[in-house]
Design a protein around this ligand. Structure first.
Ligand code: TXA
Ligand code: MG
Length: 333
């Protein structure tokens, strides 16, 4: 299992956006500064690179990540903007506002970056070096804050190095962050705009453009962090965990050993947790689609070791297997 990255060379502190862009295009992890906090960047279209973000952070579950772009035009090629999104983008981008919108059909961002959701969070940062990097890279860059899970978000390159030295390829020196607080997250994918995370762009600033916003405090409105919502990860079929082999009417989510016949999605035949993490949401979507069509009654999931990234994989699998109050109308809603 390629869980430990102890073989990784020392993390480089670099000053060249061009070098950082080359590393990102090669699937490496590069931290870079934005006006809010330093982000831990990876090519969002490369599921293995995205899996390594979770590995480096030691994150026990897969929360959806924000994709960063150099311009609203680039962002809106990956999601479907509505009129309000266009208006807010004109007013606040580039800047510390993240918009959650439905993915475009054929959007190349990996399922893992979006944690299997039909929506994607997009942001155009204002920091000039970050924008230069994003332009040079020419790819959507997934980036959560560049700290180990449970630690404080970094606002200087030195903070990133102190926390992630040896776990990532490089940190691009971008100076101290001006805002120092993560971006405001606004969900525009539902009937009513919903504030998911407060930030530097305040509710008042947003409401001047949008009218009243829903939030956790609004009666009747319950926007929640997707990581907390069990049903986001539930396929339509029941999921049986720790299955060393599928039963007669079961499709199989394999991790290594697998039967020769039947409906099987292999997470990683070499039992790499990084590869399995990269394939997990693709696998659940694929099995759900094909298993229903082929008349399977359930999905059996192979046992995954609960070490390193295995914790995050098992977190999602146990949510997928959790008892449901009512049959789900659609997968992953
Ligand atoms: O300022 C920032 O936003 C920093 C810098 C690096 O850009 N990034 C950051 O990313 O804070 P992260 O991954 O720590 O925060 C992402 C937030 C989480 O609260 C997550 O639940 C939410 O955005 N999010 C991401 N995708 C989502 C989606 N499809 N639907 C709803 N919420 C989403
Ligand atoms: Mg964070």
């Amino acid at each position: 299992m390629d869980q430990s990255r102890t073989d990784q060379p020392a993390t480089k502190l670099i000053a060249s956006p061009d070098q950082a862009a080359r590393l990102l295009r090669a699937g490496e992890l590069v931290a870079f500064g934005t006006e809010t906090v330093y982000g831990l960047g990876a090519d969002a279209t490369n599921a293995q690179a995205v899996a390594r973000i979770y590995e480096a952070k030691g994150r026990p579950s897969f929360n959806p990540l924000i994709c960063h772009f150099p311009s609203a035009e680039a962002a809106f090629r990956h999601v479907r903007p509505n009129d309000l999104a266009e208006k807010l983008a004109r007013k606040f981008w580039p800047g510390p506002l993240t918009l959650v919108l439905p993915r475009q059909a054929g959007c190349p961002v990996s399922q893992l970056a979006g944690a299997g959701l039909p929506t994607l969070a997009v942001r155009v940062p204002a920091h000039p070096t970050a924008r230069e990097l994003l332009t040079l890279t020419g790819l959507p860059i997934a980036a959560p804050s560049a700290n180990r899970s449970g630690r404080v978000s970094p606002t200087r390159a030195a903070h990133v190095l102190a926390d992630l030295e040896g776990r990532i390829a490089a940190v691009l020196e971008c100076g101290p962050c001006q805002v120092g607080l993560e971006s405001t997250v606004l969900d525009l994918s539902g009937e009513m705009p919903a504030l998911l995370r407060p930030g530097f762009i305040t509710r008042e600033m947003l409401e001047a453009e949008t009218g009243p916003l829903a939030s956790a405090a609004t009666p009747g409105a319950k926007p929640v962090a997707p990581g907390m919502l069990a049903s986001h990860y539930a396929p339509t079929l029941p999921v049986r965990l720790n299955a060393t082999a599928p039963g007669p009417e079961e499709a199989y989510l394999a991790f290594g050993p697998a039967p020769a016949k039947g409906l099987i999605f292999q997470l990683s035949d070499r039992q790499s947790l990084t590869e399995a993490a990269a394939n997990l949401f693709e696998g659940l979507h694929w099995l759900d689609e094909h298993a229903t069509r082929q008349g399977c009654a359930a999905i059996a999931a192979a046992p995954i070791p609960s070490t390193g990234l295995g914790l995050a994989i098992n977190d999602r699998l146990s949510r997928a297997a959790a008892p449901r109050a009512a049959p789900l109308a659609k997968p992953f809603r």
